[in-house]
Ligand binder design. Structure first.
Ligand code: SF4
Length: 766
């Protein structure tokens, strides 16, 4: 427990100014008193997982105080400062709700007994009639490791279904696939304090300052020590404004740029030949592949002047050490895995991976984006990155769970593939936990039709999300500070989350809800957990000896040494902050170069759609906005979406900043305000994605996915911008279609049923 920070009063006033909960007088009175207790924990939002204290008065969370920790060094961003306001928010769900009067009826309060009894009776009947796979589980990665683990176990052991996946499919699966293929392990090898050692930082497709504000301090520290900064992004993001070089890449053409940079490095003799020979395989194929990417050819593909490509390559390659950071800008693509592999090829050629301050770093958006994918809630993975289709892994997991091997389901459909199975009636009911499909999945009109076919659609959440509005049963769960457990941040550092308050009303802890449902399904003997600690202890046992090994990461050790980096295989092991210093996780100990070629997005400008639409985040909102759109201060700063458009594009259309306009794609149209700004490519428009209903950009996005990991192509589709009074086009022409459901069925999950469940490259390291 720390003493109260000297700036505490100032901070408290700031918080109370924007307090959106309770009567103001009561809030002031409570906050004005010294807290009864300061609970050490971490932020609920992004993958940085900043440490904080929650101030608790009379059992209520009334404020926040920053906490010193090695990676956030006492800093919090605007989201972290108000995260606590969710706890006592007036819009919290406090009682179960059931839709009465059929699908057109209303959600009305129900008892837990009635709600859980209804769900499990329906599930038993559905499974008796249609088999175990008639029920699906769709969970989230903003939950603790304990909840993520239990979600996977509940699906596979409690329900016996193979259809379990989670919203990390929509954000981290490209990077996960690439790191697994190249390094043999899906984790960033770089701890955050290493960033300041880098002498060149190449940021590809990441709006770091808005999405990971507190991580930016490490970039400033590197800059202060003389590091150069290159930013690759179609928008001049806040970080790009400070860069030595901003490369405004055409959305979807990153491989052409990265391959061309590698070609320059080869021709300049800057490849670390000794490292390549000693620690990698596959180099010659990559060397041959990139030879075609001359700077001029890359200029034609990317829109970036050839001399800038050469300058970027030299700036990057002449620095030692050099670090590449990448995120959704390149990962949300129908070739997302290959985009990440192109970054990895560059870093390997320079001999950087495994060196302090060097290598590649994937920036995880969700709070527990790293841990969430390790725990076994992914379609093809069991706890600890064991594989659902690997006989040895299956045997090991079945034995540790104490179930017959034949009861352990095979891999199921990826999240994006589930939509088709729901629409076709193969999946008849779904339990959605901590996910908002109606905002986060692409082409959401199709998603709405698929969800409408489910009976029952069951949602566990703590606010009424756009998906919960469509549910047959809504179960009130807990916010992060009403439960304890662990998360694993974007470095691979496992941290401890502590409970600061009890759930309000009749709301229950999510893991208790799952245990209760499992018991009612007759599987209670596998779910006898009385505390979150018991779940974590099972995680430690289940992951012992697995690629992700938490066996030695007790809660006490996590507290004592400011987090534990996995692998941590035993009680006396300190954890592993920096990976691949001596060998990679592939069986031969070498990293793999993998040649990748430029490929266009599935859909490009053409016909009646002359522009590229890209989407992304803003600093004041988080994911689908279910939480942040309810927090007064945050929402006041970004209450609705807008479309960013370059003046050269806006002017001929007669569009001015602040004017409402229409954006149209082949899938739909939406109206929103224009923001005319020179900080975006003239051929590209941008819309933030945190909003629902008529404000959801995912009415417009293309559901094409990466063929291996099934991540959607949120970052590039063809679009048209028009004034609201524009006359309707007589004969609208389709955009340029590069990939169709007929030519590439594997990338259109809404059109074709998955022939075989998700086949992800990370299985190769098993
Ligand atoms: Fe929370 Fe991320 Fe902001 Fe830190 S940087 S306070 S983890 S949202």
């Amino acid at each position: 427990m720390s003493t109260v920070n000297k700036d505490f009063f100032k901070l408290r006033v700031f918080n109370e100014d924007f307090q959106s909960t309770g009567a103001p007088g009561e809030g002031w009175e409570k906050a004005a008193r010294a807290p009864d207790v300061l609970v050490p924990t971490h932020c609920s939002f992004c993958g940085v997982q900043c440490a904080m204290y929650l101030k608790v008065t009379d059992g209520q969370v009334t404020g926040v105080e920053p906490r010193e920790y090695p990676h956030n060094r006492g800093c919090l961003c605007p989201k972290g400062v108000v995260a606590y306001q969710q706890q006592n928010h007036p819009e919290r769900l406090r009682t179960p709700l059931m839709r009465r009067g059929g699908k057109q009826g209303k959600l009305e309060p129900a008892s837990w007994e009635e709600a859980l009894g209804y769900i499990t009776e329906k599930w038993k009947a559905l499974q008796a009639a249609h088999g175990k796979d008639a029920i699906a589980m769709y969970s989230g990665s903003s939950m603790t490791n304990e909840k993520c683990y239990l979600a996977g176990k509940f699906a596979r052991v409690g329900l016996g279904t193979r259809h379990v996946d989670y919203n990390g499919r929509l954000c981290m699966s490209s990077a996960a696939g690439a790191y697994s293929r190249a390094f043999g392990l899906d984790r960033s090898p770089v701890p955050m304090p290493d960033i300041e050692l880098a002498r060149c930082i190449l940021v590809v497709g990441s709006n770091v300052a808005e999405c990971f504000p507190v991580l930016t301090q490490w970039i400033w520290r590197a800059r202060d020590a003389g590091a150069s900064l290159i930013v690759v992004d179609p928008r001049q993001t806040p970080l790009a404004r400070t860069a030595d070089l901003w490369l405004p890449v055409r959305p979807g053409s990153d491989i052409a740029l990265l391959n061309a940079m590698l070609r320059v490095i080869i021709h300049d003799g800057l490849v670390d030949e000794a490292y390549v020979a000693a620690r990698t395989s596959g180099w010659e194929a990559v060397r041959a592949e990139v030879e075609a990417y001359t700077p001029d050819h890359a200029q034609a593909l990317t829109g970036i002047p050839a001399e800038k490509i050469v300058a970027a390559a030299r700036l990057y390659a002449r620095a030692e050490p050099s670090l590449i950071m990448h995120a959704r800008g390149i990962e949300h693509s129908s070739h997302g895995v290959n985009n990440c592999l192109a970054c990895i090829n560059l870093a390997l050629a320079r001999g950087q991976v495994g060196k302090p301050g060097g290598g590649t770093m994937m920036l995880t958006g969700q709070g527990n984006g790293q841990g969430g994918r390790e725990m076994g809630q992914k379609a093809n993975q069991l706890p600890g990155y064991r594989h659902a289709d690997n006989p040895k892994d299956r045997e090991e997991v079945a034995k540790r769970w104490g179930i017959p091997l034949e009861e352990l389901p095979q891999p199921g459909a990826a999240a994006t593939e589930m939509v088709k199975l729901m629409a076709d009636g193969d999946i008849k009911s779904c339990l959605v936990m901590c996910s908002n499909l109606m905002v986060s999945l692409p082409d959401n009109a199709v998603v709405a039709r698929a969800l409408a076919k489910l009976d029952p659609l069951v949602v566990v959440d703590f606010f009424m999300s756009e998906t919960a509005e469509k549910a047959d049963v809504v179960l009130p769960g807990t916010v992060w500070c009403e439960d304890e457990g662990t998360t694993t941040n974007l470095e691979g550092r496992c941290v401890k989350i502590n409970a600061a308050a009890e759930p309000p009303g009749e709301a229950r802890r999510d893991w208790e809800i799952l245990c209760d449902l499992a018991t009612r399904m007759g599987r209670g003997k596998y779910f006898g957990f009385k505390t979150a600690r018991e779940i974590w202890d099972e995680v430690r046992t289940m992951t012992s000896g697995a690629p992700v090994d938490y066996a030695g990461a007790s809660w006490e050790k996590i507290d004592a040494q400011d987090g534990v980096f996995w692998p941590c295989p035993s009680d006396d092991h300190p954890g592993s902050p920096r990976l691949f210093t001596e060998r990679f996780a592939n069986p031969d100990g070498r990293a793999r170069f993998i040649a990748v070629a430029h490929a266009p997005p599935a859909e490009e400008p053409g016909g009646s759609y002359p522009l590229r639409l890209t989407s992304g985040r803003v600093v004041y909102q988080y994911l689908s906005g279910t939480q942040t759109r309810r927090l007064g201060f945050l929402n006041s700063q970004a209450p609705e979406p807008w479309v960013e458009v370059h003046p050269r594009t806006a002017e001929p259309l007669g569009i001015k900043s602040g004017e409402r306009v229409r954006v149209r794609t082949p899938r739909g149209a939406m109206e929103l305000k224009a923001l005319v700004t020179p900080t975006i490519r003239p051929d590209t428009i941008f819309i933030p994605f945190h909003y629902g209903h008529a404000q959801a950009v995912n009415q417009l996005t293309n559901p094409a996915v990466d063929p291996t990991v099934k991540i959607p192509e949120y970052k590039a589709c063809a679009a048209k911008l028009e004034r609201l009074d524009a006359p309707a086009e007589a004969n609208p022409q389709p955009p340029r279609i590069n990939l169709t459901p007929e030519s590439h069925p594997e990338i259109f999950p809404y059109e074709k049923k998955p022939k075989k469940p998700t086949t992800e490259p990370e299985k190769e390291h098993a």
